[in-house]
Ligand binder design. Structure first.
Ligand code: CS2
Length: 441
């Protein structure tokens, strides 16, 4: 039997404390993968359980029909399993109302974005989904293609402006440095090139707050789905598995109303940068290093790599000695305690987080995770032995032929990594992955 609103739930499962059918959709989410379901949708669901109203979510998949096939037959319902050494807690999330597959029904996506009840458009489209070139600028050729979020936004802006509706808050929840400002710049570049008459409306009516989002969400496996089915007594094709920890820091800069996320654990702040930089350079920087070094050393999972005595000290130095000094901490932000907490989270034995999942899209992740730290130290004449090991491991990973290279630039990366001057071809002034860091010749 498939999970549905009629499924009798065991008492151990937490569930929405609001009338799902009575909620308007206030949020359209672009890129409704496991991360959104375990993070922002769970916060929104908790806010509605706490009394907030009309923040139902319309999910959009820009490419694949898979999530729509998982969630639509379940009326949008799915479970979140949060796992730690102490046990597993299962919650049913009711915030998602339906999932649209953009290529199948582009009109429905534009209509949802342009609906008067929609106030927020949130995004988890991954780093590559923003369609940026090597210098971070909008890749206009890609942005005029089919998987372009800019087309949908532009069409919706036109409809909202024509109908005299309010602007939108565009909330990037991806692991980019300055994600809000980056999204704003990319949308402006799109409008400037394609719909210049909307640029002024976007700039005055819409907001793009920065966010720092954090929750480790491994890809769901068949074994995970079987464990959920055993507890639930019904089959949940949309199940997501995650850790107990969750953090969301959001710049309080919205164009209109928003859920009371701060009532359910989110932090609304004036400046997200110290949290976002710490997360990208420490958590994600360590993750990517664990991925390439761990895989080359025969590990499959994060918890195995961090338990390896040949790897753990290197990761600890990466976070404490290399990344942390580059971060201007906010008052009360303790980077030493943050590093210790991250080591514990990486060691979580109840999460099978695959290194190969983190290893994907290296060309899109490495600049904000490693290269900004390397450049900071280089400007001061200092070296980063752990990050340099990580860079060497990425090159070995690309070169070895032992691992699938899942990256939009895979062919170019493999060719560059095979050359004797691989570091220059990858990271040099005309290299594939640009930054302010220059590798030693
Ligand atoms: C990971 C992130 O896959 C990856 O690249 O580093 O998804 C990481 O698990 C999250 O950012 C944690 O919040």
């Amino acid at each position: 039997m498939r999970l549905s609103p009629a499924t009798p739930l065991p008492a151990s499962v937490r569930r929405p404390a609001y009338d799902r059918a009575a909620q308007a959709a206030g949020i359209v989410h672009l890129g409704i993968g496991a991360f959104h379901r375990a993070h922002q949708a769970a916060y929104t669901d908790a806010a509605m359980s706490g009394g907030d109203r009309d923040w139902g979510i319309v999910g959009v998949s820009l490419r694949s029909p898979d999530v729509a096939a998982q969630l639509n037959p379940q009326d949008g319902l799915y479970t979140v399993s949060s796992r730690s050494a102490a046990g597993c807690e299962l919650s049913l999330v009711g915030a998602v109302q339906r999932v649209l597959v953009a290529p199948e029904n582009p009109r429905a996506v534009i209509d949802a974005l342009a609906a008067p009840t929609t106030h927020i458009v949130s995004l988890t489209v991954t780093e590559k989904g923003y369609l940026r070139g090597a210098g971070g600028e909008l890749d206009l050729a890609a942005a005029t293609g089919p998987a372009s979020l800019y087309r949908y936004l532009g069409a919706a802006f036109a409809a909202r402006k024509a109908a005299g509706l309010a602007g939108l808050t565009l909330l990037s929840c991806d692991n980019l440095a300055n994600n809000g400002a980056v999204l704003r710049g990319l949308i402006s570049a799109w409008l400037d090139a394609e719909q210049p008459d909307l640029l002024g409306w976007f700039e005055s009516e819409c907001r793009c707050p920065a966010t720092m989002i954090d929750r480790i969400v491994p890809a769901t496996t068949d074994a995970d789905r079987a464990a959920v089915a055993a507890e639930l007594g019904a089959c949940d094709e949309g199940a997501v598995v995650t850790e107990a920890f969750s953090q969301w820091v959001i710049a309080d800069d919205f164009a209109g109303p928003r859920p009371r996320w701060e009532a359910v654990g989110a932090e609304l702040v004036a400046d997200v940068a110290p949290y976002e930089t710490a997360k990208l350079r420490m958590l994600n920087g360590a993750h990517s290093a664990l991925a390439y070094i761990g895989l080359l050393n025969g590990h499959d999972y994060v918890h195995q790599a961090i338990a390896d005595p040949a790897i753990r000290p290197l990761i600890e130095r990466l976070m404490r000695d290399e990344a942390a000094p580059t971060i201007a901490a906010a008052p009360g932000q303790d980077l030493g305690a943050y590093a210790a907490a991250l080591l514990d989270r990486f060691a979580n034995p109840a999460l099978d987080h695959r290194l190969i999942q983190i290893a994907m899209d290296g060309s899109q992740k490495i600049p904000q995770r490693w290269l900004e730290t390397l450049a900071w130290h280089q400007r001061r004449g200092a070296r980063c032995p752990s990050l340099e090991r990580a860079v060497a491991a990425w090159i070995d990973f690309l070169r070895s032929g032992r691992f699938p290279v899942d990256d939009p630039l895979a062919d170019r990366l493999r060719a560059a990594a095979a050359a004797p001057d691989a570091a220059q071809r990858l990271f040099g002034a005309q290299g594939i992955v640009r930054s302010d860091w220059t590798p030693a010749a």
